[in-house]
Design a protein around this ligand. Structure first.
Ligand SMILES: NC(=O)c1ccc[n+]([C@@H]2O[C@H](COP(=O)([O-])OP(=O)(O)OC[C@H]3O[C@@H](n4cnc5c(N)ncnc54)[C@H](OP(=O)(O)O)[C@@H]3O)[C@@H](O)[C@H]2O)c1
Length: 259
């Protein structure tokens, strides 16, 4: 069953990892796309590939979700062209650093809070009114297992992802009385650029996170997002927590398998 054919899907952080995989899978279902991220060259390549492969329309926009005015301008431009996203995937996010709270780096904290919490709020605040006006919509927030359990030195990243879980609940309650659905997908360890970003470009450190077991792929998460989006209108899947089989909770990772 393909219920997203012909719909318009707005994805933040579509230049890499989970956002890119969601874009590819939505395109495979013949949905039209609005893709936003800071690395415009990557969006340009993705647009060219997906339009050629699937005959869909892909609109791309260079966007830093931390800049409220830019988010508002971007969404106003869509509204002015009568484009209302049927689906919003709030995916843009990152972890930065892995330090004890009392030794934490302020720049890292601000990047995470500004992107994962405030950026998600800015985008949602701009897009949801369009959905309300249209009388339909579906918001999917990408949370994390880190929003369910705190781990050593995860502190501020954990707090931002607990916030995403709280905001998913809050959106659901505040959208009662509309047909707009709100869902959250919380991945465990997924092999994307996430850990390279966390360790400020140190790929050796990043690779260590994924050694000794098979992590999730970005496509594993996109599969879950597509499952949520394809549910019938009366079904609102509020939360999915997905881990690699080797990761039973945030601490318990079975690293028996050598690479
Ligand atoms: N990988 C994991 O293990 C894992 C686990 C749980 C949750 N998550 C969550 O999954 C989401 C996607 O991460 P990923 O694993 O796919 O990592 P990724 O490969 O590093 O992708 C992150 C995406 O977010 C975008 N982004 C970051 N800051 C942004 C900003 N200020 N404005 C706009 N876009 C921004 C990046 O695009 P640009 O750099 O081009 O702007 C990139 O497209 C994040 O919310 C992350 O917290 C990941």
């Amino acid at each position: 069953m393909n219920r997203i054919k012909g719909k318009t899907v707005l994805i933040t952080g579509a230049s890499s990892g989970i956002g890119k995989a969601c874009a590819e899978q939505c395109a495979g279902c013949q949905a039209n796309l609005i893709l936003a991220a800071r690395r415009f060259d990557r969006l340009q390549t993705l647009k060219n590939d997906l339009e050629k492969m699937h005959g869909i329309v892909v609109f791309i926009h260079r966007l830093d979700v931390r800049v409220r005015q830019d988010v508002e301008n971007f969404v106003s431009q869509l509204a002015a062209r009568d484009i209302c996203p049927d689906i919003l995937i709030n995916n843009a996010g990152l972890s930065a650093g892995l330090d004890k709270l009392h030794e934490g780096n302020f720049d890292d904290w601000e990047r995470m809070i500004d992107t994962n919490v405030k950026g998600l709020l800015y985008v949602s605040r701009a897009v949801i009114p369009l959905m309300i006006k249209a009388g339909k919509g579906h918001v999917v927030n990408i949370g994390s297992i880190a929003g369910h359990q705190v781990y050593p030195c995860g502190n501020v990243y954990n707090a931002t992802k607990f916030a995403v879980r709280a905001l998913t609940e809050a959106m659901n309650i505040d959208l009662s009385g509309t047909d707009i659905r709100v869902s959250c997908v919380s991945p465990g360890a997924a092999n994307t650029e996430f850990s390279t970003v966390r360790f400020h470009g140190d790929t050796k450190k990043a690779d260590m996170i994924y050694t000794g077991y098979k992590p999730l792929s970005a496509d594993d998460i996109a599969d879950a997002v597509l499952y949520i989006l394809n549910a019938p209108e009366h079904v609102n899947i509020q939360n999915i927590l997905i881990t690699p089989t080797a990761q039973r909770n945030i601490y318990c990772v079975d690293r028996r398998k050598p690479d």
